[in-house]
Design a protein around this ligand. Sequence first.
Ligand SMILES: O=C(O)c1ccccc1NCC(=O)[C@H](O)[C@H](O)COP(=O)(O)O
Length: 268
Amino acid sequence: MSGLPPLSLESVPGVLGRIVMERAADYRAADPDVGAPRTGTRHFEAALRAPGLSLIAEVKRASPSQGAIAPLDPAQAARAYEAGGAAAISCLTEPRYFDGTAQALHDVVAAVRVPVLRKDFVVHPVMLREAAEWGASAALLMVSVLGGATGAYLEIAHHLGLDALVEVHDEAELDIALVAGARIIGVNNRDLTTLHIDLAVSPRLIARARAAGFTGVLVAESGYRTPADLERVRDVADAVLVGTSLAGSGDLTRAARDLMAPRSLTEG
Ligand SMILES: O=C(O)c1ccccc1NCC(=O)[C@H](O)[C@H](O)COP(=O)(O)O
């Protein structure tokens, strides 16, 4: 696709800046043509609109904040999450910091019936074509990385039949996501430049999105370990995205069920 606004990756600070510069180098020579329109399958957005708080469970073997988390087999992990009630699976494909691979995504898509999100640092349109070709139902688009090009990448995702989880961390990014026409907005509690987590970020930005008239899907992301952590988003978010605490638990099905247990079962 031609005419995409250029990205200012040099100005992305901290850990995130390093990751996106390396991803851009990986795809520098790739053909930006994303090909003909496609029809999506196993819709991610619809899965997250189910009543109550839905779980997007992440296949996450490592991260910059934790180092190695667990040597998960992606297919087994995804099946365990599905058995634990996950409405969708997030699968990392970034290789250097998260130990992700394309094969992991293929294996996860083949292993489960629920929709799968390609979790990577999209800096080139071909990464969206790959997501569609590999069977993902959705891809992550980060406003902190794409800035004013967010809307253009969103259009490409939709052209390819993908839903997009458009991620924000502050008010300015949320306003960009809203103007871009995002239908699914993820609020990340983790500041990806410092790795600091603040669970107050999601409820604050979710309230702002609703006050602005946003009727799409809202996802609270990062740092959730216990049912009590979910209290502030339980009645306002449509879904939570959880990686580290589930992936490192040793029993992924039980950890997913225990985390999402209805309030009445976790009280007293
Ligand atoms: O997780 C990290 O350390 C990290 C560092 C730099 C960029 C992105 C990072 N994580 C991506 C995510 O936002 C999480 O994988 C996802 O929201 C799940 O978070 P958690 O449950 O805290 O693992």
